[in-house]
Design a protein around this ligand. Structure first.
Ligand code: SAM
Length: 292
C-alpha cells in the first residue's frame, strides 16, 4: 500500500520516475497536498451514488480521492504522455476510466452514456487548466448533461468574479452570465505553494450548482447574453452610454432606450455593475419588445 499520489514525496518520485516536467502550455500544476485533495472531494460531497467527470487528471492525485469515494470516474486528459503514468498510479482503482481527449472537443453526452449507467448522480470535479477555465465552465454549463454539481479549482481572481455580488468591482458580465445559470460559492482558498510547479497566483475552490429559481426568465437567452455583454462593454460608462453603444445613437433609438429605462425605473446614469441578474433579464426582455 502506497502513500497518496498527492503526497509531495510521492509526486516528486512519480515525476522523476517518468522523467516528467510539467507543461506550462497545458496548465500543468500538480496538487501536492493530500488535505486539499480530500477537501475537494468532500466539498463535492462525492459518495458511491455519484458518477464523476474529471477534467485533467494529471498524474492522478485528485482522481485517486474521487475514485475512493465515487461509483465511477471518467477523466479527460489531453496530454498523451500522462496516460502510462495514470495507468500505473491508478492501477488499483477499477472504477476509473481515462480518455486521452481534449475535453473541449469531446462529445460528452456520447462518452457519458458509454461509461456511466445513468443511474447515478452526475458531478464534475477538476483542478482546471487555468488557460481554459472559462471555456470549460461555459461548455459544461451549456451542455444538456444533468450535472448536479461542479466543484473546480481556479485562479482566485476568476473565483472572485464568478461569485461577485452586484456593486463590487469584481462583478461583470462573467458574474451575470454564470450566476444566471448557477448558484456559485467559494468553498475555500488554496495557496500557490501546494502546487508543483508553484503558479504565480493563488487559487480557490468554487462550487457551482444549477439553478432555475428566477421569478422572471429571459424571453430569448441569446438576446439576454447580448444585453449583458453590451452593457458591460465599457464598465466605467453608464447604462445609457453602453446601450447606445449597443443599439446606436439615432434620436429615435435614444428615445426608445429612454422609454425602456423609464418603464423599468432604471436610472440611465447608473453603471452596469449596479444591475442584478434580474435587472438584466427585465432589461433584455423589455428591449426585445422594441423594434430597435
Ligand atoms: N488533476 C491534477 C492535479 O490536481 O494535480 C492536474 C491538474 S493540472 C492544473 C491541469 C490538467 O489538465 C493537466 O494534467 C493538463 O494536461 C490537463 N489539460 C489541459 N488542457 C486540457 C484539455 N483541453 N482537455 C483535457 N485536459 C487538459
Amino acid at each position: 500500500n502506497q502513500i497518496d499520489i498527492g503526497n509531495p514525496v510521492r509526486t516528486r518520485a512519480i515525476l522523476e520516475e517518468y522523467g516528467l516536467s510539467a507543461k506550462k502550455s497545458l496548465g500543468q500544476n500538480f496538487l501536492t497536498d493530500p488535505n486539499v485533495l480530500i477537501n475537494i472531494a468532500i466539498a463535492a460531497g462525492i459518495d458511491n451514488e455519484d458518477d464523476v467527470i474529471e477534467v485533467g487528471p494529471g498524474i492522478g492525485a485528485l482522481t485517486e480521492q474521487l475514485a475512493r469515494r465515487a461509483h465511477q470516474v471518467l477523466a479527460f486528459e489531453i496530454d498523451q504522455n500522462l496516460l502510462d503514468v495514470l495507468d500505473d498510479t491508478l492501477a488499483e482503482y477499477k472504477n476509473v476510466t481515462v480518455l486521452n481527449q481534449d475535453v473541449l472537443k469531446a462529445n460528452l453526452p456520447n462518452e457519458i452514456s458509454e461509461y456511466f449507467d445513468g443511474k447515478h448522480h452526475l458531478k464534475m470535479v477538476a483542478n482546471l487548466p487555468y488557460y481554459i477555465t472559462t471555456p470549460i465552465l461555459k461548455m459544461f454549463m451549456a451542455s444538456p448533461l444533468p450535472i448536479e454539481k461542479m466543484v473546480v479549482m481556479m485562479q482566485k481572481e476568476v473565483a472572485d468574479r464568478l461569485t461577485a455580488k452586484p456593486g463590487t468591482k469584481e462583478y461583470g458580465s462573467l458574474s451575470v452570465v454564470v450566476q444566471y445559470r448557477m448558484h456559485t460559492a467559494v468553498e475555500f482558498d488554496v495557496p500557490a505553494k501546494v502546487f508543483v510547479p508553484k503558479p504565480k497566483v493563488d487559487s480557490a475552490i468554487v462550487s457551482l450548482t444549477p439553478r432555475d429559481d428566477w421569478t422572471i426568465k429571459p424571453d430569448d437567452e441569446i438576446e439576454f447574453f447580448k444585453t449583458v455583454h453590451g452593457c458591460f462593454m465599457h464598465r466605467r460608462k453608464n447604462i445609457w452610454n453602453n446601450l447606445q453603444g449597443l443599439y446606436g445613437k439615432d434620436a429615435s433609438i435614444k428615445e426608445t432606450i429612454q422609454m425602456v429605462l423609464d418603464d423599468l425605473e432604471i436610472s440611465p446614469q447608473i453603471r452596469p455593475e449596479r444591475l442584478t441578474v434580474e435587472d438584466f433579464i427585465r432589461l433584455a426582455n423589455r428591449l426585445g419588445k422594441t423594434d430597435m
